[in-house]
Design a protein around this ligand. Structure first.
Ligand SMILES: [Zn+2]
Length: 119
C-alpha cells in the first residue's frame, strides 16, 4: 500500500512546505480503515528524489543489461534457496526469511546499518 504522508502530500518534504494543520493531518490518517492499518507491519517514508538521484537514473539501460541483472538475481536466489523447495524470493514466507536472517551473520550485521540509513 502506498499513500501520501498527508492530504497535501508534502509532510516531511525537504523542498516544499506541508500546508496541512495538525487536525487535517490526524483526520487524513484516521480515514485509513483500521482493518487495513492493522495489516501494515512497516511504514517507510520515501522522500522525493534529489536532482542527483535523477541524474543517476537519466542514463537509459538497455534490455540486454537488464536481462543479465535478472539472470544474476535468479542465480543468487537459486543458491540461497538450494534444497528448500523455494525458487524465488516471492515464495519465501515470513518464517523462512526470519530463519534465513537468524542463520546468516552477514545479514544480521547488515540490518542495523540499513535501518540506520533509512531511518
Ligand atoms: Zn500536508
Amino acid at each position: 500500500m502506498a499513500t501520501n504522508p498527508c492530504s497535501c502530500g508534502f509532510k516531511g518534504d525537504e523542498r516544499k512546505q506541508c500546508r496541512c494543520s495538525q487536525a487535517e493531518f490526524t483526520h487524513y490518517w484516521n480515514n485509513i480503515s483500521g482493518p487495513i492499518f492493522d495489516r501494515i507491519d512497516m511504514r517507510i517514508n520515501v522522500p522525493r528524489l534529489t536532482d542527483a538521484d535523477m541524474s543517476c537514473m537519466s542514463e537509459e539501460e538497455n534490455s540486454e543489461s537488464i536481462r543479465k541483472k535478472v539472470i544474476n538475481c535468479h542465480k543468487i536466489q537459486q543458491k540461497r534457496y538450494y534444497e528448500t523447495g523455494i525458487t524465488y524470493n516471492s515464495e519465501a514466507d515470513f518464517k523462512f526469511v526470519n530463519r534465513w536472517i537468524r542463520e546468516n551473520e552477514k545479514i544480521r550485521k547488515l540490518i542495523p546499518k540499513i535501518s540506520e540509513k533509512f531511518d
